[in-house]
Design a protein around this ligand. Structure first.
Ligand code: SF4
Ligand code: SF4
Length: 192
């Protein structure tokens, strides 16, 4: 779904039409998943975003924050500092974090089965998820891309960061698929 035009830069096919696949739905949304999202950032993603912000001369006072893992810094209302409240768009859309590209598909790690599990937000909390789920072809394409993005992410994060991230509850989602964890990740997580 996302051929890469520049190193680390993601171009969604729908961008070529001048608006995103989800924009019509998301622009009406009152939830805004860019509030209190705190998408995980790898060091590689931070470098890519930093470079993009410099090249595009995007003004962001504080781009990144860190607690148990790194994420884009947020304002007092917990809006991501990259969220443009006027346009209601992401100012780093083409290089945004892996979980932002994957949304409304999210992930969890099942340490017992050694699987990565994929979940979709319920339509009650994300209208776009409902639209996507009813368009089977678009959903399949998006799920494939989400899997690529999320596997890349979990392979680059360290074990402590991953443990902290999967502890975050994501209610109102349902499981749509699962895959075996890559063997290197099984080793990194100390799973037998
Ligand atoms: S992805 Fe879902 S929650 Fe986020 S802005 Fe779009 S409709 Fe709203
Ligand atoms: S990086 Fe962009 S898409 Fe992700 S939470 Fe921030 S504003 Fe939203």
């Amino acid at each position: 779904m996302n051929p890469t035009s520049k190193k680390g830069e993601t171009t969604l096919p729908e961008d070529k039409k001048g608006k995103t696949y989800s924009f019509d739905v998301c622009s009406q949304c009152k939830v805004y998943c860019c509030q209190d999202a705190k998408p995980p950032l790898t060091e590689t993603r931070k470098k890519i975003i930093k470079q993009y912000v410099n090249e595009q001369k995007i003004k962001v006072d504080q781009p990144f924050a860190r607690e148990n893992y790194s994420y884009p810094a947020v304002d007092a209302l917990l809006y991501c500092n990259f969220f443009n409240k006027e346009t209601k768009k992401c100012s780093v859309h083409s290089v945004k974090p892996e979980t932002c590209v994957s949304g409304p598909i999210t992930f969890d790690i099942n340490f017992k089965t050694k699987k990565i599990e994929y979940f979709l937000k319920k339509s009650e909390i994300c209208a776009f998820a409902g639209v996507l789920y009813t368009d089977k072809a678009a959903f399949k394409t998006h799920l494939e891309e989400a899997k690529k993005q999320l596997i890349q992410l979990v392979c680059q994060l360290d074990a402590k960061e991953l443990h902290a991230i999967v502890k975050i509850d994501e209610p109102q989602t349902f499981k749509v698929d699962e895959d075996d964890l890559p063997i290197d990740l099984v080793k990194k997580l100390g799973l037998k």
